[in-house]
Write a protein that binds this ligand. Sequence first.
Ligand SMILES: Nc1ncnc2c1ncn2[C@@H]1O[C@H](COP(=O)(O)OP(=O)(O)O)[C@@H](O)[C@H]1O
Ligand SMILES: [Mg+2]
Length: 240
Amino acid sequence: MLELKNICFSVDTPEGRNDIIKDISLTIPDGQLIVLTGPNGGGKTTLAKIIMGLVEPTSGRIIWNGEDVTALGITERAKKGISYGFQQPPRFKGIKVRDLLSIASGKRILPKTEACNYLTQVGLCANDYLDRDVDTSLSGGEVKRIEIATILARRSGLMILDEPEAGIDLWSFSKLTETFSQIHEKRDCTMVIISHQERIISLADEIVVISGGRIGKRGATEDIFPTILADTYGCCPALN
Ligand SMILES: Nc1ncnc2c1ncn2[C@@H]1O[C@H](COP(=O)(O)OP(=O)(O)O)[C@@H](O)[C@H]1O
Ligand SMILES: [Mg+2]
């Protein structure tokens, strides 16, 4: 179970103090798929980075499986089964896709069939990609899919994915949602997905809307989703 207790994050700017996350508390039971959604700048990425240990909260605690992990760094959290997929994944010159997958799986040499299995789940063919460098020769969508494949290889207990749909073509996106759905069906992994996509939102057990650094609404997908659409389009005649 993941518990966020009174998480706050503020930064000091030349204009003064900016409260980015304002006292967010959230409990996510094991095996749940939660979608964090809401307007740009609402604080979703910051919250996800706080869970992974990439950003240190100003106050509050993060409890994972009963253990307070607030003081732990990224590597230690990763060892405890927490993994994170960036909104814009980093690139690694000189590292091949097969290396990244091997490191993620913890195996020195990852069998090709296994690598192929992870890549297929994100809509990539192992023959085309295993020996490619994860550098600027890959498109943004390809890097994103490769990163998601490494998260699958890690077999984490908690997967945090930041806008996995961004930059991914429709066919691969459909493959990806199928993969998320299959992972979720097994219920052996908790998933926190930041997304604006209806197809991903419809997989969720619960939607949490984050806006202005706070939890706006939360609840079952069928209750919350219609209200999000109304909030998005309701006041703008051009969007109706
Ligand atoms: N380290 C930082 N310094 C200053 N502003 C930041 C910092 N991190 C995030 N922000 C600001 O906090 C707000 C929330 O950002 P973010 O978490 O990326 O939102 P979202 O992912 O919901 O679009 C944005 O206005 C962003 O510019
Ligand atoms: Mg974001």
